[in-house]
Design a protein around this ligand. Structure first.
Ligand code: S3P
Length: 171
């Protein structure tokens, strides 16, 4: 097993980046960091408050600064990004330059939307189904710049996905 490999999980809101990251880190006995959680801890504010009060552009600046801080200060093997982190070119460059592999968790909009609706997480950019669907379609062409694509089948649990990624990538 290659213990030196590090990866980021990207993909749309609700696709399961956090739960897959948690299972994967558990399987690997490795450290995992969730960027959204890291931002809220560092900024001492909820992401939804930052976006609602300061706007999305201001949030993206904060998000990029926190991504840089995280990658400079931590060597966690598994990092779950926020759904928009990978969309910013400078973030993609930083991730590549730091030598991390990016994995796009790809699923259908309906699957993501179902998870968004069933979760307690406040997502200001997914309050309206039509707008979220548009964002989903617009972002696909950027998510697909990731090094790897992992297509999620409906029957997979987050553990299954983590195990499959582990077996393909780490064994
Ligand atoms: C966002 C996704 C969220 C969070 C913020 C913005 C996005 O993370 O970072 O609300 O732009 O897609 P999740 O993908 O974990 O929901």
């Amino acid at each position: 097993m290659n213990k030196g490999k590090r990866l980021v999980l990207t993909g749309f809101m609700g696709v399961g980046k956090s739960s897959v990251g948690r299972h994967l880190a558990h399987i690997l006995h490795a450290e995992r960091i969730d960027l959204d959680f890291f931002i809220e801890k560092n900024e001492k504010r909820k992401i939804s408050d930052i976006i609602d009060m300061d706007g999305e552009a201001a949030y993206r600046t904060i998000e990029s600064a926190n991504l840089r801080k995280l990658l400079n200060e931590h060597d966690a093997q598994v990092i779950s990004l926020g759904g928009g982190t990978w969309i910013v070119e400078a973030n993609r460059e930083l991730i590549k330059n730091k030598g991390l592999t990016s994995i796009w968790l790809e699923s259908t909009f309906e699957h993501c939307w179902y998870n968004i609706k069933s979760s307690h997480k406040e997502r200001p950019l997914a309050r309206n189904k039509e707008k979220a669907k548009k964002l989903f379609e617009d972002r696909k062409k950027i998510y697909c710049l990731a090094d790897w694509h992992f297509i999620i089948k409906p029957e997979y649990s987050s553990y299954d996905i983590a195990k499959l990624i582990h077996d393909e990538y780490f064994l």
